[in-house]
Design a protein around this ligand. Structure first.
Ligand code: PLP
Length: 403
C-alpha cells in the first residue's frame, strides 16, 4: 500500500451516503412510496425530484458554450462577484468595505479560510451541533475543532462561549469562529438579531484578533428579516475580520456547479488586500479557478432583471413549501424531542444513542442521519405527509423510552 503513513487505514464512509444508498436499495424492493429517505441535503419536491428554479435554468441553458469554456480569472469574474454581493447582502449591506473572491463551492471557502487564518494545530471554534465536513476540513488541514453548546437551554450557552474564547485567546494568535447561521445545518436554528448582536459584543469585548466566519449556505431559505444580521456587522471593532461564505448550491439549486463567493469585510484596505492575495494563492494551489459556468450563470441572472425577479418568486414559493413541512413536523412531534428550529432544510432530534435509533427507524423504512448528539431530519427532501410520519415514529420511540 502506498498511502502516506498518516492516511493509512482511512476510508470514506460518510454515514449520510451510506444511509442514502440503503434507502435507495430499500425503495427498489419495497417501492419508492413506502420508503422515507430523509438523508438528502437538497430540496426535493413531493415526488422526490430535485427542485430547480425555471428562471435560473433558463439562463443556464442559454449560456454560450464558448464563453463557458475558458478558465475563469483566479479570483472570479467581477460580474459574478457583483451579482453574488447583491444577492447575498441585498438591502442589508453593513456599509463596511468589502472584497470578494470566487471559490469552488462554500466548502472551499471554509477550507481556504481555515488554512489561511489559523496555524496547524490550532482550534476552530464552532457549535456542538455542526455540519460533518467541518471536522473533515479540520482533519485535512491539521486543525482541531472545539465546540460550545448551541442549544443547551433553548439558545447558545454564551457563558461557555465566552470562556472558550478566552481560553483560546491565551493559546492562539487568532480565534477562528465558524458560525453557520441562519438556517443552521443540522438543527435549523438561526441566531436572532439579539443573539447575533450579543455574539458580536463578545467578540469585541475580547480585544484579541477574531476571524468571524459566517457560513450562510442556507440563507436564502431563512425568513426575509434574517439578513438584518448583516447590518449589525458594522458594530465590530477592527480586531475582528468578518468572512461571509455565500454559495449558489442551495440558494440557486446549482449544487453541482461548485460555485461560491467568499467576502471579507473590514475597514482596513490592507487587511482586504491581504485576504484577496492569500485566497488567490489558495485557489491556485488547490482547485484552480472556479467553474466559469456557475459564475456566468449568476452574473447572467442578475443582469436579466425580469428573470431575476421570477427567480425570487419561485424561491419564495419553495421556501413556503419548506416552512409547511417544518410546521407539520413540529406540530406532530412531542414537545422537547426536537431541537429549536427557526428556518431551513433540517431539523434535529436529540438522542442518547443516535445510531441505534436510526437503525430502529430503518425497520419502519425511515432513513435519517445519526450525528454525535442526535438525528438529522432532512425536511428539504420530505413531503408534509412524510414529515408527519417521521415525527410520529419519533413519538413512538420516545413513548417506549428508546430515544
Ligand atoms: N455549509 C453547510 C452548513 C452546508 O450544509 C453546506 C453544504 O451542504 C456547505 C456549507 C457548502 O456547500 P457547497 O460546497 O455545496 O457550496
Amino acid at each position: 500500500m502506498f498511502a502516506a503513513q498518516s492516511k493509512r487505514g482511512q476510508s470514506f464512509n460518510d454515514i449520510i451516503f451510506i444511509n442514502n444508498a440503503q434507502a435507495r436499495a430499500r425503495s427498489r424492493i419495497a417501492g419508492s412510496g413506502a420508503v422515507i429517505n430523509g438523508t438528502i441535503g437538497a430540496l426535493l419536491d413531493d415526488n422526490g425530484e430535485i427542485v430547480t428554479f425555471q428562471a435560473v435554468d433558463r439562463i443556464h441553458r442559454d449560456l454560450d458554450v464558448r464563453s463557458q469554456s475558458p478558465y475563469a480569472p483566479m479570483g472570479g469574474y467581477p460580474a459574478f462577484l457583483e451579482a453574488a454581493e447583491a444577492y447575498c447582502f441585498g438591502e442589508n449591506h453593513p456599509g463596511l468595505p468589502m472584497r470578494g473572491v470566487a471559490v469552488s463551492g462554500g466548502l472551499a471557502g471554509i477550507h481556504h479560510a481555515i488554512l489561511n487564518y489559523t496555524e496547524p494545530g490550532d482550534f476552530i471554534l464552532t457549535s456542538d451541533w455542526f455540519w460533518g465536513p467541518y471536522q473533515a476540513i479540520a482533519d485535512e488541514t491539521g486543525r482541531k475543532l472545539k465546540t460550545f453548546p448551541l442549544l443547551a437551554s433553548g439558545g447558545p450557552d454564551w457563558a461557555r462561549f465566552e470562556e472558550t474564547m478566552k481560553e483560546l485567546a491565551c493559546e492562539q494568535a487568532n480565534i477562528f469562529l465558524l458560525m453557520n447561521t441562519p438556517a443552521h445545518n443540522p438543527t435549523g436554528y438561526s441566531l436572532s438579531d439579539e443573539e447575533f448582536a450579543h455574539m458580536l459584543s463578545l467578540c469585541n469585548r475580547l480585544d484579541h484578533p477574531v476571524v468571524l466566519f459566517l457560513d450562510v449556505a442556507y440563507i436564502e431559505y431563512a425568513e426575509a428579516g434574517r439578513k438584518d444580521i448583516f447590518k449589525l456587522l458594522s458594530r465590530l471593532t477592527d480586531k475582528v475580520l468578518t468572512l461571509v461564505d455565500y454559495s449558489i448550491s442551495k440558494g440557486f439549486a446549482k449544487y453541482g456547479l461548485r460555485t461560491a463567493a467568499l467576502f471579507a469585510l473590514h475597514r482596513d484596505d490592507d487587511v482586504l488586500e491581504e485576504f484577496v492575495q492569500i485566497m488567490l494563492l489558495s485557489n491556485r494551489g488547490t482547485y484552480g479557478s472556479v467553474s466559469s459556468t456557475g459564475q456566468l450563470l449568476l452574473a447572467g441572472l442578475y443582469q436579466e432583471k425580469d428573470l431575476s425577479a421570477r427567480y425570487r418568486e419561485e424561491l419564495e414559493q419553495w421556501r413556503i413549501v419548506l416552512t409547511r413541512r417544518a410546521q407539520v413536523f413540529f406540530e406532530t412531534i412531542l414537545p422537547g424531542l426536537a431541537m429549536p428550529y427557526r428556518d431551513g432544510f433540517f431539523a434535529a432530534v436529540s438522542s442518547r444513542d443516535p445510531r441505534q435509533v436510526c437503525e430502529k427507524l430503518k425497520e419502519d423504512d425511515i432513513f435519517l442521519v445519526p450525528l454525535g448528539k442526535g438525528i438529522r431530519v432532512a425536511l428539504c427532501s420530505l413531503s408534509c405527509e412524510q414529515s408527519r410520519r417521521v415525527a410520529e415514529a419519533f413519538n413512538t420511540l420516545a413513548e417506549k423510552e428508546c430515544l
